[in-house]
Design a binder for this molecule. Sequence first.
Ligand code: WTA
Length: 660
Amino acid sequence: MAKTIESLMKEKRIFEPPKEVVEKSNIKKFMDAHGIKTIDELYKRAEDQEWFWGELAKELHWFKKWDKVVTGEAPYYRWFEGGKTNIAYNAIDRHVKNGKGDKIAYIWEGELGEVRKITYEEFYREVNKLANGLKSLGIKKGDKVGIYLPMIPELPIAMVACAKIGAVHSVVFSGFSAKALEDRLVDAECKALITADGYYRKGEPLNLKEKADEAVAASPLIEHVVVVRRLGDAISVNMVEGRDVWWDELVKDKPDECEAEVMDAGDLLFLMYTSGTTGKPKGVMHVHGGYQVAVSQTLRFVFDLKDDDVWWCAADIGWITGHSYIVYGPLILGVTSVLYEGAPTYPQPDRFWEIVEKYKVTVFYTSPTAIRLFMRFGEQWPKKHDLSSLRLLGTVGEPINPEAWIWYYEVIGGKRCPIMDTWWQTETGQFIITPLPVTPLKPGSATFPFPSLAAEVFDDEGHPVTGQGGKLVLTKPWPGMLVGLYKQKERYEQTYWSRFPGVYLAGDVARKDEDGYFWIQGRADDVLNVAGHRIGTAEVESALVSHPAVAEAAVVGKPDPIKGSSIQAFVILVEGAEPSDDLKKELVKHVSVEISPIARPDSIIFVPDLPKTRSGKIMRRVVASLVKGEDPGDVTTLRNPEVVDEVKKLIEEEKAREGR
Ligand code: WTA
């Protein structure tokens, strides 16, 4: 959003944290325990990563203590080397053994209003049964298991069950198409898939098994498909003899105890596919040891969770936010979380606020897109509900414009709840740049690197700069960091560690102000951030050109008041194909089927040609500036500079047609 960036630059207000929040905070307690008097002193002391993360790792269970907190060098740091552990043991066994089994782990609310409250003990037993079930299917340590489930309790149960037996899960967002699922199952070499018959979205039953079947048919390594009965009679599904088994039948006679596999700290826990600048999505690899410390301890200090809190991270578990902060982080801390199946505005725009009131949610975390959507519906919806249980708020996924920040702060937080604007990525696994509840806040700034971590804004030569835009880099390792991209060593080194050797390149543009606050401005590469979802322009383009009528395509982001960016596609048709509105609709549908409705172009413009370099590469940057109404700069070196004006004219015509 152009407006966002402008207003970010001018934002000067500072919001001091409420005294009682500071006094009771986990971070203050940690400081007191270590004789640390001021926040500055904490940041200073925490620069000693060996000490800081070593202290925090002691909060968790280890079968064998680590030899060294962090060792190795970029791009292959190793955390807690020599340590033996299992994240599932920390997430569940520990609580049951410590007498916390009766505490509620998840309050699940289905879209139609069904409620399931699951205690740690119940969760533990369900995990063990499934873990034993998976073992009976021949799944062992190191095997990859695909998980394609909606937001139901079986999703975290399946993840933790895999972790418990040392299998590696690869969760695919349930909104992805069969084709996208297939790509991920094949790349990850999954041996089994856990899915469901279907789920409800906006009140409609959706058939998930059908999509899973299509993907599995093209994934030769899959031997077993485990199916959760979510819809039951509401839908009919086809079970393949010898391959498919109902979850309830698989676990029926399985023991509810299962020893956790002893894992090395550096053993693989999961793969999470995410979009990059080029090619197909890449499988980001996370491991047991560092990740478990990272997600639990950042959650403990940033969102300040305590025993009596009700935490609600309103993301989908199909993304990293859900992995780290709906599943592993909260379970390890032993807190009660809300898990909501459905759409934020179903059946009415106050569904979220109804849930906050009903379960007395104390800490709430969502995306700027959701906040802007709620702003548009108006404050009468949250005003219908008692939101006084809230103590802290958070956002993630995209820059938050100060207008949305202030609305969130005033209308949802009643001017009493600090807002934790957390910057991080699938690759980082954990919060990196984030306030603590004691940090004075500037609306729109994610503030500072978490204690003991380090970030900078670099100019093109790799010099740290202040007060101007540049490339966001991380200059020290962090425990939740990815260990690589699955089967793509070179791409890993190239993408993140080669631009400035030894330093992690995040792919975002940011600015650091004179007080050291970071202001994240958006992606620097060909990745779009649409409603907080990462979408590679290359993926959408290749989906478009896979349609027989399309010769070439370019996809760029267009500023959008709610979603941050919307997807604008330019399409060159093959000889003989006729441009029409029907064809546009067909292409939009085609992208939904190839990837997902979340990657659907919001608008398509047919063009005779696109600006290209002399070697024939489409200049997406030029097209992107035309879409934003900006000056495309010097275009004289293009092979076809005359096309620039033509494309500009077509964009203006489209705008006029849309009536904007
Ligand atoms: C963007 C989501 C501004 C950023 C956890 C990053 C943000 C990408 C913020 C990662 C924030 C995330 N402010 N931008 N607080 N948080 N981003 O991998 O562009 O889905 O690179 O991880 O989201 O998206 P991912």
